[in-house]
Design a protein around this ligand. Structure first.
Ligand code: NAP
Ligand code: G4F
Length: 338
């Protein structure tokens, strides 16, 4: 008989790749969707006929118990979240209700309906925040820097606590930034690739950016959902860092994205005066504006994926250059279609 999996956050970037992976492996896939005024399957539109959708919300335990009863899931991938860090200062309560209490709601639904169900929690490198070690691993102390990071830290610890209190198979993936052509356009990578494509096609003059010095460890989401699945197939539940072990500035991401459309960027000025100009035409293509700076910044993230590589046999397959190129090429195609 096929295994059954319940995915929360199935309409998002990671949920959609997870659904594809599990369908390929022969699972019966159930996906939690929120009620919307206009019905919309987000990133799983193309496979919607293969998915059993269940109406539920992370903030409503009654609906999550219903989702567990309907799906009879063997594995729950708790991927839903208010995932945009900047929004967490504008909406700290809802961020906490979804990213902290929502995890507790899902864990309780699992415990009440079938405590033998395996549970995956989408934890994050944002929990390291003001990083206490140069390379962050499972043993690095946490220091979150946003309401998002603080809420996710609760989700992380309550997942560990259910493992220790109730002997349930609950694990967390501490995932560093991972991107794809399905990334929301508010995130820096997709904002850049969409902007570069529009500039190339003559539809935009200039990219307005925040902190170009911030450094992130960027991988491809397709590689990262493989790690989530592996974490759920072990003899014992545990927590793992998933990262590439490389870090780059936002500035380097901008340069690489422009390179993909044969534009070389030269930087001039400093801080809020910094601009990126086209080396051949001298035209300003990148400007720094204060509105995209954060109230508290996470300056640098760099993960150490050694434990996942050794214990799970996981390895990142898609390089940084390929990630940027596939995002730019996809945005060029999408905009040309528009
Ligand atoms: P995403 O594209 O923003 O997707 C978020 C998903 O959560 C969407 O399906 C959204 O549904 C759903 N959701 C939000 N609030 C909900 C609620 N109250 N009830 C039910 N569903 C709700 O995010 P992502 O990049 O795929 O990230 C997936 C998870 O991993 C998130 O928890 C995020 O915080 C975490 N994470 C992401 C990264 C990364 O770099 N991508 C790294 C570490 C951890 P709607 O379609 O209805 O909005
Ligand atoms: O793309 P971002 O918004 O992602 P951030 O804040 O790192 O969070 C992402 O990764 C986390 C894992 O570490 C996830 F948990 C979380 O759910 C999300 O997926 O910003 C990246 C960096 C920041 O330092 C930001 O200040 O880019 C900097 N940045 C500079 N200019 C900008 C911009 N960010 C955005 N969104 N827009 C800008 O114009």
């Amino acid at each position: 008989m096929s295994k059954k999996a319940l995915i929360t956050g199935i309409t998002g970037q990671d949920g959609s790749f997870m659904a594809e992976l599990l369908l390929d492996k022969g699972y019966d896939v159930y996906g939690v969707v929120r009620r919307k005024a206009v019905l919309n399957y987000g990133n799983v539109e193309h496979i919607k006929d293969s998915i059993n959708f269940v109406n539920a919300d992370m903030t409503d335990i009654v609906s999550l118990i219903g989702a567990m009863k309907t799906s009879k899931a063997d594995e729950v991938y708790n991927i839903a979240g208010q995932s945009f860090v900047a929004t967490s200062w504008e909406q700290p309560i809802v961020t906490t209700e979804i990213n902290a209490v929502g995890v507790l709601n899902m864990l309780e639904a699992v415990r009440k309906v079938n405590p033998a169900t395996r549970f995956y929690q989408a934890s994050t490198s944002e929990m390291f925040g003001h990083a206490q070690e140069a390379k962050q691993s499972e043993t690095t102390p946490f220091y979150p820097r946003s309401p998002y990071g603080v809420a996710k830290l609760y989700g992380h610890w309550i997942t560990k606590n259910y493992r220790e209190s109730y002997n349930m198979y609950t694990c967390s993936g501490i995932l560093f930034n991972h991107e794809s052509e399905r990334r929301g356009k508010e995130f820096v990578t997709r904002k850049i690739t969409d902007g570069v494509a529009r500039i190339k096609l003559g539809l935009l003059d200039c990219l307005e950016m925040g902190n170009l010095d911030a450094k992130r460890d960027w991988g491809h989401a397709k590689d990262y959902v493989k790690a989530m699945w592996l974490m759920m197939q072990q003899d014992e539940a545990d927590d793992y860092v998933i990262a590439t072990g490389e870090t780059r500035t936002v500035r380097e991401f901008v340069e690489k994205a422009f390179e993909c459309v044969d534009i070389i960027i030269k930087w001039q000025g400093k801080g809020l005066e910094e601009i990126g100009v086209c080396k051949t035409t001298g035209k300003t293509l990148v400007r720094v504006v204060p509105q995209y700076f954060r109230l508290a910044e996470v300056d640098i993230l760099l993960g150490n994926p050694k434990k996942a590589e050794e214990k799970l046999g996981w390895k990142r397959e898609i390089s940084f250059d390929d990630l940027v190129r596939c995002m730019v090429e996809n945005d060029l195609k999408l905009i040309e279609k528009e």
